[in-house]
Design a protein around this ligand. Structure first.
Ligand code: SF4
Ligand code: SF4
Ligand code: FES
Length: 319
């Protein structure tokens, strides 16, 4: 083991700085640095195996399939999620547990919170009708919309970088759970009320569409466009969740005025209460609302809004 911070210069060596923490015995985390002989096509997991077998037998890390199938080996490498069994080892690596997850020991994180949230969305097919026959006749077209979602290996890389899932009080289920939910919601065999589950249980409207989850997904799943947006559309059409009300109010304002007025969206979403009055006053004070446009909004519809409304109406019934 070498605790020096001197950078590696030898091309035949990998320097791995590894996070160490045992919540049962340690007050705070530390980093141990190991020098590992470099081999061609070495993966991060090969480095961890070498450290475990040769330098630090007590190091905690997790793997199962070693072939990008189980998702259990995900760790942070130099600040970004990576699959240890799949991604190439770098000459200089700081290896840490995934962010936003409870550390069990060293690089091993708990999946308990994720599995609890997953259980809350009924993550299995809920059939309205019995099987027509066995094997069940299912066409490729039935699965076309979810074909990428089925590539999810539940590695939780997306969950670890999501800025909203990082705030447990938000009630947001997180991208990994939404991928599972969307797969079911778009399955023609499923009969559960997925709109309600998306809008109320999973709080899908809390997603801010920052695309961080897509950036890190090792399966390159279009999480926002193929999982989250279909769920938002479903909840928008069939629920009265706060996010669906806000989206309807937003759309109503665009159709009516050709532009969005924050005060009217808040009013349409929540009704007139003290909170709405306070928000309106704050927006006015910060010049986020133009008082003249507010007046025009009260007096009638803008002519330009008609064109905007027609544009919306021409696409809004499309899936
Ligand atoms: S796009 Fe949504 S789910 Fe993905 S990281 Fe951003 S907030 Fe989270
Ligand atoms: S969506 Fe991608 S990043 Fe998220 S759990 Fe599935 S495979 Fe991992
Ligand atoms: S060990 Fe299974 S995905 Fe890496």
């Amino acid at each position: 083991m070498n605790h020096s911070s001197r950078p590696t210069t030898r091309p035949d060596t990998i320097r791995a700085r590894i996070y160490r923490f045992d919540p049962e015995t340690d007050q705070q985390p530390r980093y141990d640095t190991f020098e590992v002989p470099r081999r061609p096509l070495m993966r991060i997991l090969d480095v961890l195996d070498y450290v475990h077998e040769t330098l630090a037998v007590d190091i905690g890390y997790r793997w199962l399939c070693t072939s990008k199938k189980c998702g259990s080996c995900a760790v942070n490498v130099n600040g970004s999620p990576a699959l240890a069994c799949w991604d190439e080892a770098l000459p200089e690596m700081t290896i840490e547990p995934l962010s936003n997850l409870t550390v069990i020991r060293d690089l091993v994180t708990s999946r308990d919170d994720y599995e609890k949230t997953l259980a809350s969305i009924s993550p299995q097919l809920v059939r309205k009708e019995p099987y027509q026959s066995f094997p069940e006749p299912i066409t490729a077209r039935d699965f076309a919309a979810t074909v990428h979602l089925r590539e999810c290996i539940q590695c939780l890389a997306c969950q670890s970088v999501c800025p909203v899932a990082a705030q447990p009080e938000s009630g947001f289920a997180g991208p990994a759970v939404l991928v599972a939910l969307s797969e079911l919601a778009q399955d023609p065999r499923d009969g559960a009320d997925r709109a309600r589950i998306a809008g109320e249980t999973a709080n899908v409207f809390k997603c801010v569409s920052c695309y961080e989850c897509e950036r890190v997904c090792p399966s390159e799943i279009p999480i926002v466009s193929e999982a989250i947006e279909p769920l938002k559309r479903l909840a928008f059409r069939h629920t009265d969740a706060a996010g669906a009300r806000r989206a309807r109010a937003f759309l109503g304002e665009v159709k009516r005025q050709g532009q969005v007025n924050g005060a009217f969206v808040a009013l349409r979403t929540k009704g007139l209460d003290l909170g709405a009055v306070r928000l309106g006053t704050r927006l006015l004070r910060r010049r986020k609302i133009d008082p003249f446009s507010l007046l025009r909004s009260l007096l009638g519809r803008r002519r330009a809004a008609d064109a905007m409304r027609h544009t919306y109406e021409s696409v809004e019934d499309k899936p």
